[in-house]
Design a protein around this ligand. Structure first.
Ligand code: PAF
Length: 291
């Protein structure tokens, strides 16, 4: 008996910017998914979404020190190199860029990209000062590495990090980068919890309660669309509900999708997003729901 099977070509792995640029020369336009590794089904769905959007699919794995405050989890952030490589290979990624810290930051990164203060001053930017400057700086550098040979292409970012997606879109527009930013839907576990690398910090008891954050956002969104809804009161109620369930919430709020400003006038379905960030047993989770 003869068997025939399609063998997926091996994913190429490079560590330096020079090697990445050389590997991409003449390969056409990249479709790029940046990650910090510890990949889950959400990341892999972004890779699947990216693949048909370019001539060569590229992912990066780099835990970016610049976007962590000193008290945050840079050192303990899960690093799962071999599993990540296997998953990307199985997902059909052509090229993995996995710089060491010395490859991306050979000198201290004193030149940084500062996001728009208005967008940076709210929600995640307010509760994690410096976070978006760290994200923008590394993403600008990754874009420079990935899109150097082609002069442009596509990058896919998940809606799970809703404000990050908006900040990156704004950066691309303001710097006239020839890169199309495509949004990927949030992948969820069976109970509705948004997939996140930080879910791995939760023990079984906390994991079973973690869906309460997305439930609170659903309840907030539903209530916001009721005639005469008082958003401030609804947000305060949502915070109290989560707090009574043992969470420490940073924010639970309804915003315009277009610029994350608070809605003016009666909330309009189809234009809004409910966003939340809260700690459960010390693990900070974020989620959002467009409605
Ligand atoms: O969303 C992430 O995983 C990170 O913020 C990113 C975009 C890879 C930059 O380090």
């Amino acid at each position: 008996m003869t068997y025939s099977r399609r063998i997926r070509p091996s994913m190429h792995i490079v560590h330096t910017i020079a090697d990445l640029r050389a590997a991409l020369a003449g390969r056409g336009r990249p479709a790029f998914v940046p990650t910090m590794g510890n990949l889950h089904a959400g990341h892999l769905s972004l890779v699947a979404q990216a693949r048909p959007l370019g001539d060569v699919s590229v992912a990066s794995i780099f835990v970016n020190r610049l976007q962590f405050a000193p008290h945050e989890d840079f050192d303990s952030y899960p690093r799962t190199w071999q599993a990540d490589c296997d998953a990307l290979q199985a997902a059909g990624c052509d090229l993995l860029f996995a710089p060491r810290e010395s490859d991306l930051y050979p000198q201290p990164q004193t030149f940084t990209v500062q996001p728009d203060p208005q967008l940076d001053g709210m929600l995640e930017g307010h509760f994690r000062p410096g976070f978006f400057a760290g994200v923008c700086t590394v993403v600008m550098k990754l874009f420079s590495a990935v899109f150097f040979a082609s002069g442009g292409g596509t990058a896919v970012f998940g809606k799970k990090d809703y404000q990050q997606l908006m900040v990156i879109r704004h950066m691309v527009q303001q710097f006239a980068l020839p890169i199309a930013i495509v949004a990927g839907e949030t992948a969820r576990a069976g109970d509705g919890l948004a997939l996140s690398s930080r879910n791995g910090y939760l023990d079984a008891a906390a994991r079973s309660r973690a869906v309460q954050l997305s439930q609170a956002l659903r309840a907030l969104a539903d209530a916001a669309l009721q005639p005469g809804a008082d958003l401030a009161a609804l947000e305060a109620h949502a915070l109290q509900t989560l707090s009574a369930q043992g969470w420490e919430a940073d924010y639970l709020t309804v915003r315009e999708r277009s610029d994350l400003s608070p809605p003016v006038g009666a909330p309009q379905a189809g234009q809004l997003v409910a966003l939340g960030a809260a700690r459960l047993d010390g693990t900070r989770l974020i989620d959002n729901l467009e409605f």
